[in-house]
Design a protein around this ligand. Sequence first.
Ligand code: AMP
Ligand code: MG
Length: 335
Amino acid sequence: MRPSGDSSVCLGIESTAHTFGVGIVDSDGRIVVNLNSTYRPPLGVGIHPRKAALHHVEVAHDVIRQALGMSPLQPTIIGFSAGPGLGPCLRIGATVARTLAAFLERPLVSVHHGVAHLDLAISAAGARDPLAVLVSGGHTAIAVHIGKRWLFYGETQDITLGNLFDMFARAAKLPSPGGVSIEKVAQRGTTFLPLPYTVKGNDVSYSGVLTAALRLLEKGERLADICFSLQEVAFSMLVEAVERSLVQTRKDEVLLAGGVAANERLREMLKLVADDHGASFHPVPVQYSGDCGAQIACSGQLAYREGFSLPVETSRVIPRWRLDEVDVTWIPRQN
Ligand code: AMP
Ligand code: MG
């Protein structure tokens, strides 16, 4: 194990889905480089894993070269997102990371993408022991850190919030990322259209909301009203589950992380609930909400300092990897 306060500099590689990213953090956990290139599928089409992987192959060399050129510091650790994610995409990032680690003779650290969202959010938004709300393409989870793990307090029983938005946006022929398009269109909404509201304890279920929203689209309802209603219902469900979890856990901080955390309406609603319960609200800064190399660099460095590194030969990707299966013995410092 390395002592904290060492001079390690971590280069992290993100490649779980649409983004190939490289981030570099200095020994104090400050982000010195965050360079990302994102694959955008054609209108109305989802991410095809092999096409996204091909994008990563095409851009990897340039992104790494530029990132290293921009960094005032040479990396001493290489981190990579080992999962969860799309197999073909994960394998590109892992191969690049292994090659760099072997060539530069640096230790290699395997990073869980969801843990990395939380690590970066805690470090950038400042929190000590929060109720964490992770909302992205891959996760919709309410989690607390107990012992050595993030444990789910609530989660989606089917699709994630990011999936809900992306799938609806595809059907409505709105550009990717779906959540960003829906947020923009929703601002012109004037009429609330009822949609199914399903909260079960601390869990939410979004598949019924998606089916009903798609039916409204087929019926020819105004798109702005559907987007507005979709956001209101989907966020209200999550916020109800968060509120119940907050009361039950008695946490005094709410952390918001993941791509959907960029949404202004969600931030507003969660802040109201946090305020109501005397908790402080810590949303990740918008520029670090979506998938990026910086989250992997941040998490890789924290993991390395706790003794988590592995030989290149035994490193592997884990496309299905739950957040609560990972040992997380650290809590980041605020920057
Ligand atoms: P991530 O996997 O963390 O990169 O998150 C990607 C997900 O965040 C996608 O499903 C996007 O549609 C969604 N997303 C990004 N920006 C927003 C936004 N402003 N509002 C809602 N969802 C968003
Ligand atoms: Mg993500």
